[in-house]
Design a protein around this ligand. Structure first.
Ligand code: UN1
Length: 495
């Protein structure tokens, strides 16, 4: 079945790196890694592509992205399935991921006619000022296993219309979905005709070879999604050469549940956000801060819902929780639960299941950890379905707990009290890049800017004006008078 999927995209599986499906640990395919010389050649090719692409009118560049969107639409089912096979998220979410790619293509097509600059009033007579957005150059996109294709699309669809080629280093855990995406891009480029050959390149490589991308001054923008630890290496490496990085790193997203909350809605939001994608989204719900008056009732109901969760084959209908990506992820979950216990937590759920059916895969029961305080382990991001629960009595206390962690990606509140909702969204409220009211923290739409503050890295991708990060801003002043007045009214040498 896997071989069929790969051949559907025209991918030939060969090389020494074995890709295994987290569903059953079976081999899905093989790939080979680029060495340093190949990466260097790809950077060179990217620069050449830039010199051609930057002069193609933006709406024409948008046409290529429109064609890419069409390929994605036509192959949504197959690519979604490959994402599920390689990453382990349930098929609904695999399909959702491809839909996100389609959505950002649509967004980027519109954007290609809206790369607006400003006209600015000049203080000098007979002068006009304007701001123009020019293509920046080749963009490196480094993506993680958990959104193996959508993250590329948020970056690439914008980069292409902005006039930038893309060199993509996907996770070594999910290279096949990346190759399939490249194959779809190639089909779109063929229909488009005349796009430079190296407009979109894959750089399947080790971290060492990948460092060439972060260190090369010919790559003005590096967009990296992954752990905070990774961002701490990439951010300074890019900054050291005055490059621009767009970092989307760890999250530790919380929900505050207030006394007036509609509990049935909150429960559904909690389930999707805490156990969906097996807790392996940057935006997964990790901390639940519940008012003491509803705490017992909500936690009881959640435990009952958790006990009924269908964990298993992510391709099977009805499954809500697929496997963790690998053994290391399982071990990280075990360590976190042990730490939570040591810090006084009461744990429900957790532990490996289905081991007899899938000895080579890591299925777990999602866990609820009732914590006496927001202690050490709660402040760290563990990429697994663990929900730490804490109680609060006053709203200030809830907000303080909410903002106390080092990460700042996504956040939400469930309340029907307008004052609480507005306080959560105010300057002194949630300190995250994303703040929702009566919606969980995950599953953001592409139309808004996506990213967060503090250890999340500060980058913004996807919608709103995130495109500006892929371009260079030029301020231009034109003198159409017969004089040469100086700004600030400076007199310099008469006349
Ligand atoms: C991620 O986990 O890296 O908001 C991205 C969401 C998705 C993207 C998650 N649209 O959950």
């Amino acid at each position: 079945m896997h071989a069929q999927l790969l051949s559907g995209f025209g991918i030939s599986s060969s090389g020494s790196h074995v890709v295994r499906s987290p569903i059953d640990g079976a081999e899905v395919g093989r790939v080979s890694f680029d060495d340093k010389a190949t990466i260097a050649a790809k950077i060179e090719a990217g620069v050449e592509a830039f010199h051609i692409w930057r002069d193609v009118p933006a709406p024409k560049r948008g046409e290529l992205v429109r064609l890419l969107g069409e390929e994605l639409r036509a192959n949504k089912e197959m690519l979604g399935r490959l994402v599920t096979v390689e990453n382990g998220k349930i098929l609904q979410e695999g399909l959702g991921e491809v839909q996100e790619m389609i959505d950002i293509c649509d967004f980027a097509v519109g954007l290609s006619r809206q790369l607006y600059g400003l006209t600015i009033a000049s203080e000098r007579p007979g002068h006009r000022m304007m701001e123009t957005w020019h293509p920046a150059g080749p963009v490196a996109v480094i993506s993680a296993f958990n959104f193996p294709v959508a993250v590329w699309a948020w970056n690439a669809a914008l980069a292409f219309v902005c006039g930038d080629p893309v060199i993509w280093k996907p996770s070594a855990k999910t290279p096949l979905a990346a190759m399939a995406t490249q194959a779809l891009f190639a089909r779109a480029a063929k229909k488009f005709g005349g796009a430079p050959a190296a407009l979109s390149q894959l750089a399947l490589c080790t971290r060492e070879a990948g460092e060439l991308l972060t260190k090369d001054p010919r790559i003005p923008v590096v967009s990296a999604t992954g752990s905070t630890a990774m961002g701490k290496i990439i951010g300074p490496a890019v900054a050291a050469r005055f490059g621009r990085s767009i970092l989307e790193l760890g999250g530790n997203n919380a929900m505050i549940v207030c006394p007036s909350a509609k509990l049935d809605l909150a429960e559904r939001a909690i389930l999707f956000a805490a156990v969906g994608t097996a807790g392996q989204r940057c935006t997964s719900l990790r901390r639940l801060i519940v008012h003491e008056s509803i705490y017992d009732r909500l936690i009881e109901r959640l435990k009952a819902l958790y006990a009924k969760l269908v964990v298993g084959d992510p391709l099977a209908k009805g499954t809500l929780v697929g496997p963790l990506i690998d053994r290391a992820a399982f071990e990280a979950m075990e360590h976190a639960l042990a730490a939570a216990r040591a810090e006084g937590g009461k744990i429900a759920g957790g532990g490996r299941i289905l081991e007899a059916d899938y000895p080579g895969a890591y299925y777990v029961r999602p866990a609820i950890a009732e914590m006496p305080a927001q202690s050490g382990i709660v402040c760290r991001e563990t990429f697994a379905p663990i929900l730490y629960v804490m109680r609060y009595s006053g709203f200030d206390e809830a907000l303080a707990l909410h903002n106390e962690v080092p990460q700042g990606l996504s956040s939400c509140i469930f309340t029907r009290d307008m004052q609480e909702a507005e306080r959560f969204l105010a300057a002194s409220g949630s300190d995250c890049g994303i703040a929702n009211v009566n919606i969980g923290p995950s599953g953001a739409e592409i139309g808004g800017a996506f990213g967060g503050e503090k250890e999340t890295g500060g980058g913004r991708e996807s919608g709103s004006d995130s495109w500006k990060a892929y371009m260079r801003r030029q301020t231009a002043t034109i003198n159409y008078s017969d004089a040469l007045p100086l700004a600030q009214g400076i007199e310099f040498g008469g006349r």
